[in-house]
Design a protein around this ligand. Structure first.
Ligand SMILES: [Ca+2]
Length: 543
């Protein structure tokens, strides 16, 4: 694109009328709604209004495009940057590969696909190329080029259209913190970047110093902010994205997002779901600032850390219960429901690597329990490709290709390298959880009331209640290695339970809708008596 076409409202460089595309996509989504893809808010045109109800019900699946599926071998590129056997070069996966696997994703229960960045990448740097997408070759003027190895602009449009035809949505990854190593803009506008030497004297090193030596944009300069705003608004005007996953937000001054970037992209496409990556496991203090800057949600890294400590490593569930409660107390259930909950992404060791001393059966149980938490606490579950197969790996093998055996049920049976031996069972569990969550308003749109958390040295159980309208569930978790029998959880006296939800009479047996067959829940004298198998999560519907 040329500079003049990057202004909001300008015709896109490819000559396709953006307004027409929006109408088409909207029609496709409306049609698909009848196929039960989710409730719509009043007047909820995703291109004019943020569709909160849809997003609360979403299941996000993160695809590293180069590592998912190769749908077009003609775009693989040459050996300079492409070698499927080299862990940090391109492997050949592309956007058409995602189109080819949409049946797989839809069958799993995925409704939104998050893809790694699609901007054209800089060339080879040492032994690595930008297969991951985070090394954009930005230039002045912004040309808006899409990485040819991923299939370029045509393949991106085809993916968006294919998703929208199914009522699914696309979240695109975007980076404004930095450009790729040696990107054209670095030579064209060297003054746009923070200096390497002495950066810490300018302010907070997290913001003013380079991340891994990547050219670090100086957002405090108006010309830099103007450039990044225009690059972003041009991008979202040319393509009918439904959401943006913003990379490395804590490395950019919050005021840039609040004053510049969020208003700019929201003006261009008001329906966007804005999801920020604030990689901080230690607590939520910094999260408030970026939520207040306008992000709809952030990835819940503190909850992920608690899941590792509590579930992967077999500790007390108190840490998980604590984070679950803290998020709701801090932000309210409405806001908490728009965060993304996850156990894995491309920047962390796979969850199953966090429990090296356990048996395979134990690892599988702990993984399924953690996945169960993602689908039952307030928040949008975010899967990383391969979570549903029990894939393992630490960097760079946490970015290994989706295996050829993933796609068909009969091929998933049995043991496979690189994943837990019961991949088929884990896949079935994720599919069941996704269906349960989509069909249970309490789980995707309900409040959150803690019923029980472990006391120090006590039973390692956690239970909570969620409800909205007539939909009521009790979720019970056993984090220990032995069955918990007849645990008496106070219910009717819990001040967090609404009066209309207290009326379930004594003697009522709740219906198990997820979890081991041995799990039971019964109302006894205003309490709920729970029996839960080891290392398992059960969901009960309350009449
Ligand atoms: Ca390819």
């Amino acid at each position: 694109m040329t500079a003049c076409t990057s202004a909001p409202g300008a015709p896109p460089a490819d000559g396709i009328d953006a307004g027409a595309r929006r109408r088409d996509a909207s029609i496709a989504i409306d049609g698909a709604t009848e196929r039960d893809v989710g409730p719509r808010v009043d007047g909820g045109d995703p291109f004019t209004t943020f569709d909160r109800a849809w997003w609360e019900r979403a299941v996000i699946y993160f695809v590293m495009v180069d590592r998912f599926s190769n749908g077009d071998r003609t775009n693989d590129g040459d050996a300079t940057c492409t070698d499927p056997s080299a862990p940090i070069l391109f492997h050949g996966g592309d956007l058409q590969g995602i189109v080819d696997r949409l049946d797989y994703l839809e069958e799993l229960g995925v409704t939104a696909v998050w893809i790694t960045p699609v901007q054209r990448q800089v060339g080879r740097r040492g032994d690595q190329c930008g297969y991951h997408g985070y090394w954009a070759d930005l230039g002045v003027p912004d040309d808006g080029a899409i990485e040819p190895r991923l299939g370029g602009e045509a393949a991106l449009r085809a993916l968006i259209d294919a998703l929208h035809e199914r009522g699914m949505r696309l979240i695109v990854d975007l980076v404004v913190n930095h450009a790729g190593y040696g990107a054209r803009v670095v030579g064209q506008r060297p003054e746009w970047f923070h200096p390497g030497a002495g950066c810490e004297t300018l302010g907070d090193p997290e913001i003013y110093c380079a991340l891994s030596g990547l050219p670090d944009f100086a957002h405090e300069r108006d010309d830099v902010a103007d450039y990044l705003d225009a690059m972003s608004t041009s991008f979202v005007s040319r393509f009918a994205f439904d959401g943006i996953r913003m990379d490395t937000v804590k490395h950019v001054e919050e005021s840039y997002f609040r004053e510049r970037w969020v208003p700019a992209v929201r003006e261009e496409r008001p329906g966007l779901y804005l999801l920020g990556e604030l990689f901080d496991e230690g607590g939520y203090a910094l999260f408030d600032r970026y939520l207040d800057a306008g992000f709809d949600g952030l990835f819940d890294f503190p909850l992920r850390r608690a899941l590792i400590d509590s579930v992967a490593r077999g500790g007390s569930l108190g840490a998980v219960a604590g984070r679950a409660q803290e998020a709701v107390t801090r932000w309210g259930a409405e806001r908490a429901r728009l965060r993304a909950t996850m156990i894995d992404n491309h920047d962390v060791p796979r969850f199953v690597e966090e429990m090296s001393s356990a048996s395979d059966a134990e690892k599988s149980a702990r993984l399924r329990l953690a996945l169960g938490v993602l689908f039952t606490v307030p928040g949008i579950p975010q899967l990383y490709m391969g979570d549903e197969l029990g894939m393992g790996g630490t960097y760079p093998l946490n970015r290994r290709d989706m295996p050829a055996w993933a796609w068909r049920a009969e091929d998933r049976e049995g043991a496979h390298g690189g994943a837990l031996p019961d991949a088929a069972r884990i896949h079935d569990e994720v599919r069941a959880l996704a269906r349960l969550r989509a069909s249970t308003p309490a789980l995707h749109a309900g409040g959150y009331t803690e019923l029980w958390r472990p006391a120090p040295g006590g039973v390692n159980a956690w239970a909570f209640f969620r409800s909205v309208g007539e939909s009521r569930v009790v979720v019970a978790v056993n984090g220990g290695a032995t069955t918990i029998s007849d645990l008496q959880v106070p219910y009717r006296t819990n001040p967090g339970i609404a009066d209309r939800d207290r009326e379930t009479p004594d003697g009522t047996t709740l219906m198990r809708v997820h979890g081991p067959e041995s799990a039971t829940a019964r109302v006894v004298e205003g309490r709920i008596a729970l029996t839960i198998a080891p290392r398992s999560l059960a969901v009960f519907a309350m009449p």
